[in-house]
Design a protein around this ligand. Structure first.
Ligand code: ADP
Length: 169
């Protein structure tokens, strides 16, 4: 009976330790910075319980913007998109957590802010696709790629928030 009870005790911990911790790249776009929405946007992810591992105000080059959005190169709006992203400073962030990529996309809302649900960042704070205030990676692989693109080694922090055991059991 003692050995039979062991899996029931240890299995949840084993499953928890196997859960994938992902990283996502979140960026307050130039309109979000100009409109004074930086604190509001950061606080959505902070309050949710994800861990901030990188943060900076940054004026990006045309080359970096083009590399970041390279999958959209063929789109008619691409030149306008590059002008928009390079039009002023952005706030670059790396966030970490189990399920952070998909959850951040939900917190951000649909690409077209008029279609984004109320309660989402774009749903609450924006009206147009070309001024949709924030970026979030669309997959864990892109999360890693974009963090490596926007941050240098040494700009990211490994740390354990004191609230960690109150965020996840
Ligand atoms: P998301 O940012 O929601 O992942 P996409 O990857 O499709 O959306 O597009 C990247 C960004 O390009 C959008 O956030 C938006 O700033 C811009 N964009 C997308 N579609 C259009 C469009 N039709 N007109 C102008 N800008 C657009």
């Amino acid at each position: 009976a003692r050995t039979a009870s062991k899996p029931a005790i240890f299995l949840p911990h084993l499953i928890a330790s196997l859960e994938q911790v992902d990283q996502t790249y979140i960026m307050v776009k130039p309109d979000g910075v100009q409109r004074g929405l930086v604190g509001e946007i950061i606080s959505r992810f902070e309050k949710k319980g994800f861990k901030l591992t990188g943060l900076k105000l940054f004026q990006c080059s045309k080359e970096l913007a083009e590399e970041h959005y390279k999958d959209l190169k063929q789109k008619s709006f691409f030149p306008k998109l590059i002008d928009y992203i390079t039009s002023g400073p952005v706030v670059c962030m790396a966030w970490e957590g189990v399920g952070v990529v998909a959850s951040a996309r939900k917190l951000i809302g649909a690409t077209d802010p008029l279609q984004a649900e109320p309660g989402t960042i774009r749903g609450d704070l924006a009206v147009q696709t070309g001024r949709n205030v924030v970026h979030g990676s669309d997959s864990p692989d892109n999360g890693k790629r974009e963090i490596a693109l926007w941050f240098k080694e040494g700009e990211l922090c490994e740390w354990t928030p004191v609230q960690a055991p109150w965020i996840r059991e």
